[in-house]
Design a protein around this ligand. Structure first.
Ligand code: SAM
Ligand code: ZN
Length: 390
């Protein structure tokens, strides 16, 4: 019996029922959902090894981003079935080395099978705590894909990534990041937060702020290359640039996110102590420290759009194309206005978004929220366009 069959027999003997999944160009074995569902429901965390088909979009987008980074070495610090690292090898690049790591022994057995099945050559598999792995290995690209918050791993991700390298993070802890669990946000991110009307963007900026502060400990500056929100998670790719000066420059881009409780005006400012609304004097909600700079790199987005065609086999191809175009359009503006919140403050009906956009001219929809818009126009113009009935 070959190694793979005997590993497979081990998993079956341990009671793990497997089925074949085809995702992108990878064919892997994953726990069979029908064997682990309860009362007709299934959560991937109930299986002995985690595989979530709903994260295919996240992985598809990541495959394209990694193809542009061309890392020579990759650390897939939380591999589970190995699907991410395998797909990077089959679809993005041919790295000299990929390190697959997971602390779960069942995952190690399954990912050994999956890596072999997909014909990978230059790889290493380790069963370590991700933070140990990230302090042990140095690579060009580190992927952190945890359950919930990436915050216990951001410092490790910076440590494992060579100068000029890139880290990618997934965050599914939306409650603290979007301001619903304020105590948890302070615990995990050191941020005093509020529930803001643009909470989805606020969460991403809080997460980026945490990366900036952790990168600064290692004297690295950050450049967010590609960041987005989707349904129940954030995914971001951040380049780490060496040098204390770059770290200081990134720290200078931290600030506070504000929102007036009276008129709905929203703004970012590096001053963390603004107490009243500059427009109407109303009291302010605030959240910070958070990243105030661009959340996507224009050039990187353009490159992603230009290579997209090569990935037309992906299930999420049209959705990705839509997302990339939207990210490009919205990237030149800062925070998004939540039109339904402003309309209710004004006690007016919400006009169709395309009418508001037409009225403002220099404005875009945002991927964060389908009732959100971004614009360079002043707040009073947004209010006028929302109210006007032309
Ligand atoms: C969300 S799953 C990863 C999914 C996988 N990257 C994918 O795309 O399908 C999180 C994985 O991290 C592993 N894990 C959780 N905490 C860890 C830690 N501190 N160190 C190493 N692995 C960890 C879990 O065993 C699990 O397999
Ligand atoms: Zn105000």
């Amino acid at each position: 019996m070959g190694l793979i069959s005997s590993l497979r027999m081990t998993l079956i003997a341990l009671g793990t029922k497997l089925y074949e999944v085809v995702e992108g160009k990878a064919k892997i074995l994953a726990p069979d959902p029908s064997a682990y569902s309860r009362e007709g429901k299934y959560d991937p965390s109930w299986a002995p090894v985690f595989y979530n088909p709903k994260m295919t979009f996240n992985r598809d987008a990541s495959v394209i981003a990694v193809s542009l980074l061309s890392p020579k070495s990759i650390l897939d610090s939380m591999s589970a079935t190995g699907i991410r690292g395998i797909r990077y090898n089959l679809e993005s690049v041919s790295p000299d080395e990929t390190i697959f790591n997971d602390k779960n022994p069942a995952a190690i057995t399954l990912l050994r099978i999956n890596v072999e099945r997909n014909g990978l050559k230059n790889y290493k598999i380790t069963q370590l705590d991700a933070n140990v792995a990230m302090h042990q290995f140095k690579v060009d690209f580190t992927d952190v894909d945890p359950f919930g918050s990436p915050s216990p791993f951001t410092l490790g991700a910076v440590a494992s990534t060579r100068r000029g390298g890139v880290i990618a993070l997934t965050a599914t802890d939306l409650a603290p990041l979007e301001g619903s669990s304020r105590a948890s946000c302070f615990r995990k991110y050191g941020v005093r937060t509020s529930k803001l009307s643009y909470s989805k963007e606020a969460g991403l900026r809080i997460l980026l702020g945490k990366v900036v502060r952790d990168a600064a400990l290692f004297e690295r500056g950050v450049v967010p290359l590609f960041s987005f929100y989707k349904e129940y998670y954030y995914r971001l790719f951040v380049k780490l640039e060496p040098g204390a000066k770059r770290a200081d420059k990134s720290l200078q881009e931290l600030g506070t996110m504000y929102e007036c409780t009276k008129c709905g005006y929203i703004f970012l400012d590096t001053d963390p102590c603004i107490r009243s609304c500059p427009l109407c004097g109303g009291s302010l909600l605030s959240s910070g420290p958070a990243w105030t700079g661009s959340i996507n790199d224009e050039v990187f987005l353009d490159k992603m759009r230009s290579v997209l065609e090569k990935f037309s086999y992906l299930k999420s191809y049209s959705e990705l194309s839509y997302l990339l175009n939207l990210l490009k359009n919205e990237n030149k503006y800062k925070l998004y206005y939540n039109l339904s919140v402003i309309a209710s403050k004004l006690r007016t009906n919400m006009r169709p978004i395309h009418k508001v956009l037409e009225c403002l001219g220099d404005a875009s929809r945002t991927h964060f929220n389908n009732v959100g818009i971004k614009t360079s126009r002043e707040f009073k113009e947004v209010v006028e366009c929302l109210k006007s009935s032309y």
